[in-house]
Structures are given as C-alpha cells and as structure tokens.
Write a protein that binds this ligand. Sequence first.
Ligand code: PGA
Length: 260
Amino acid sequence: MEIIIQPTPEEASRLAARLVAHALREKPDCVLGMATGGTPVKLYEELVRLHVEEDLDFSRATAFNLDEYVGLPGDHPCSYRYFMEEHLYRHVNISPERVHIPNGMAEDIPAECEMYEAAIRTAGGIDMQILGIGSDGHIGFNEPTSSLASRTRIKTLTDKTRRDNARTFGSVKDVPKHVLTMGVGTIMDSRQVVLLAFGSQKANAIARTVEGPISAMMPASILQTHRVAKIFMDEEAAGLLERKAYYKWVFEGKPDWQKF
Ligand code: PGA
C-alpha cells in the first residue's frame, strides 16, 4: 500500500487525476473503474479540465462503475448513472457504448450481475479502479461482513450508509435499501487501485484499513493484500494513522517520476 497524504482534498485529487491521466496516456484503451459519492467529485473536475485544456483523450477508454441503486432509472437525479453523466461522462469524449453501470432496474438481477462480470472480463479486466471508502469501511457498496471474495451482486445497505447518503435524496426514507455492487473480489482483480478519502469522518476507517488487521468487518482492509494500491487522503482523513510521519517521509523522498 502506498499512503499519500496531502494538505487538502484539492491537492490530493489533483495528484490522483495525474495518475489517471498518466494511465490513459500510457494506454489509451485503458479500462477504468469509476466511483461515485462526494469524494471523487474533485478528481472528475480535474479530469474534465485535463480533457478540455490538455487534450486528455478518453475516446478509446472503457469505464465500469462500481455500483448502482436498485429501483432507480438512469435518468433519476440520485442514480449513479446520472451522477457519472453530470460529473464526468458528458464532459469528456468517452464513447457511450463503452460506459458500463450496473442496471438497477434489471428484472433478472442475478443475470444482470453475471453479465456485468462477463463484460469486465471481455474488456480485459479493470486497469485502474477508483474507490471512495464508507465511514464503515465499505468499498463499492460492500458493507462490513461482505465476503472478501465476493463478485457483483445485490446487497442491502446498512442504516448508517443510508443516513450518510441521505443528503442527495433529501430524506433517509427515500434512499433505496438495495444496491448492485461489484464484489470485493471483483475490485481486488483490478490491476491498480486508487482509493481517495477526505475529512475526519473517514479517519477511523482509514486507520483501520491501513494499519488494522484484515477483516471482513472493514472490507477496505483487504487492500493491504493488493499489489498496487495507492491511498490518497487529506490531513483530516490521515488524523488517526499511527505512522503518519513515516508515510509522509516516504512520499517526500520519492523521485518525481515515481509520484504518479
Ligand atoms: P462519499 O462516499 O464519497 O460520499 O463519502 C464514499 C463511499 O460510500 O464509498
């Protein structure tokens, strides 16, 4: 795991965007795994800026989103398809047929989940998976006690996650109880993971993810066993890390070319 602590979410997001841009320039047909929520918004803003001002080209890229609410159509303003269109896809030149988001309206949910896994395989697997982290340690919508080997499937959200996500719905009672999400195993298959975490409300989950034991109670902790996991955070999210000074020292000592 590489721990990258920056003073602010803006600086951390800019660095993470450089990493995504580097991956896209090295491999224009890169397969990107995308995340939703408040955390990656600044990263997407920066990717849009890089597209507009520096010709970052998404024309051959493929994208797979982590998750979607069950029962929300893609044009619902709280759906994750809508979120992705608003924050990234409609502002860059990615082709719509290479954008994949689980269909929360599917009649046959197990078939939809199997198709999603098959589409990821057909695309050659995910090169770089962007992740946020829930305050309970979830990645995607893999809530605590999710199997660390799980694949794309339906999950029931915890009350805590529904409360955390109520801000976009206006009221907790409107937040769907069920979601489709890539599994922890699906996420672990990606070649590189880029997790972002900002704010003191993420500090406990980050400390347990980075320095705690690996446990299904803290699904993100399995990333300790991923070969290339980069964890970007601001000072607040880093607040409970025991070895914070060490991580900063390591990052500061890196040659520039290695800071992507
Ligand atoms: P947030 O959600 O970015 O809105 O904090 C993160 C997550 O649930 O993974």
